[in-house]
Design a binder for this molecule. Structure first.
Ligand code: MTE
Ligand code: MO
Length: 234
């Protein structure tokens, strides 16, 4: 099934219904893309309005956390970036007072919490895992991020990129995850850290993050640019 068609169905609308509604020739790809983009923007607005920044994602007993967690990216795990702790630096940009880059040691010395939550992938699988790390809110206090700004963007070592609204970034369960199953986050799962956001679909959990920026202009997202909803809350 093509990405366009999947996006349409996810939007709750069949191709036939869309044809009736719009009278558009659906073989005209530009028209379809335009309609999809408008539905998607509308969905994002409605979802953001419905989002309760204090509502917690379900948590589970530790015994339910899967040790052999599933790997996902558009390439195989052997091609996952191997970031070297000697020269890795987390870059900070945009509306942040202290943009000094962070080393792995500095990041791993931050105060940490653990969560056992469910990761849900749009491709049709989900898994419960235990992640440990620093709430993004705590990190934002340290670096003097402007939390009145609207968005946070992430760039990753494999060319992936993601973004989220500030309310989600400040949510108590949104963490910079340094560990999976009590062990330093293995390379394929995003070493030195991934952003773990249990209130969002899996694709909004960027791995191997190398840059974080705060902005009022909505940044792009890798899968959002390929037809998925930007908000993608669960
Ligand atoms: N940098 C980067 N982050 C990423 C991805 C990716 O390909 N690259 N894939 C996303 C998707 S679709 C999913 S389901 C999860 C998979 O994370 P896991 O390998 O820890 O299960 O990572 C998300 N974050
Ligand atoms: Mo995913």
């Amino acid at each position: 099934m093509s990405l366009d068609r999947r996006a349409l169905l996810r939007g709750g609308m069949s191709l036939g219904a869309l044809t009736l509604l719009t009278g558009c020739d659906l073989s005209d790809n530009d028209a379809v893309q335009g309609i999809l983009a408008r539905f998607s923007a509308w969905n994002d607005r409605v979802q953001a309005a419905l989002f309760n920044p204090n509502k917690l994602a379900p948590t589970f007993p530790e015994s339910e956390a899967v040790k052999d967690f599933r790997y996902n990216a558009w390439y195989g795990p052997e091609n996952a970036p191997a970031l070297n702790p000697e020269n890795y630096r987390l870059s900070l940009a945009g509306l942040i007072a202290n943009k000094k880059p962070w080393t792995v040691d500095q990041l791993y010395a931050l105060p940490q919490i653990s969560q056992v939550t469910r990761h849900v992938c749009v491709e049709g699988w989900s898994m419960i895992g235990k992640w440990t790390g620093t709430p993004l809110r705590t990190f934002f206090e340290r670096i003097g991020a402007d939390t009145t700004a609207r968005y946070v963007g992430f760039e990753c070592a494999d060319g992936y990129y993601e973004s989220m609204d500030m309310a989600t970034a400040l949510h108590p369960q949104t963490i910079m995850a340094f560990k999976l199953s009590d062990e330093v986050l293995p390379r394929k799962y995003g070493y030195p850290f991934k952003i773990r956001v249990p209130t969002k679909l899996g694709f909004k959990n960027p791995k191997f993050v190398t840059t974080m920026f705060v902005t009022n202009l909505r940044p792009h997202g890798f899968w959002t640019d390929r037809g998925y909803n930007w908000f993608s809350g669960i």
